[in-house]
Write a protein of this length. Structure first.
Length: 160
């Protein structure tokens, strides 16, 4: 007794190649997520930049998702306590929605191509947390600085 089964070895080989290609693509996507290239954690996701005088240090996520919460942390140093003023570039603020700045600024004002925030501090170092939500996908150039002080530049990649 023989079964009548149509065989197409050429088609079968092409199907196997397509399956292996699909498995490879899925494995690469999982690896990218584990390493942090898709946003929200992973060893390559976290970035840090500081100015040469170490007066300003910024911690940020290199890869963020459009519409997802994001945090940028600023560490501002000064020789004396009191008010500190820092700024964020208007270009950056056009591409994100600022949800909160902690501690609450005493004053926030638009000044040309940047927004200036003034906070009161008790010590020589202040930590400011800026919570945002990216509104567009693509590269986001970020400029942050202290008024009459140093500034830093970094880039975030906003994913869909």
């Amino acid at each position: 007794m023989t079964l009548e089964i149509d065989e197409d070895p050429s088609f079968q080989r092409k199907e196997w190649i397509a399956q292996r290609f699909g498995i490879g693509v899925m494995a690469l996507l999982v690896l990218a997520a584990v390493l942090g290239f898709t946003g929200r954690g992973g060893p390559f996701s976290h970035g840090e930049v500081d100015d040469p005088s170490r007066t300003l240090r910024v911690e940020y996520e290199r890869f963020v998702r459009r519409g997802a919460p994001n945090t940028v942390t600023l560490h501002l140093r000064s020789v004396k306590p009191g008010s500190r003023s820092f700024w964020l570039s208007a270009e950056y603020l056009r591409k994100v929605d600022v949800e909160s700045v902690e501690p609450d600024p005493e004053v926030s004002v638009a000044e040309g191509d940047r927004y200036v925030y003034t906070i009161r501090t008790n010590g020589s170092e202040a930590t400011v947390t800026v919570r945002t939500r990216p509104t567009s996908a693509g590269w986001i150039d970020v400029d942050v600085g202290m008024v009459d002080g140093p500034s830093v530049h970094f880039r975030q990649t906003s994913l869909f």
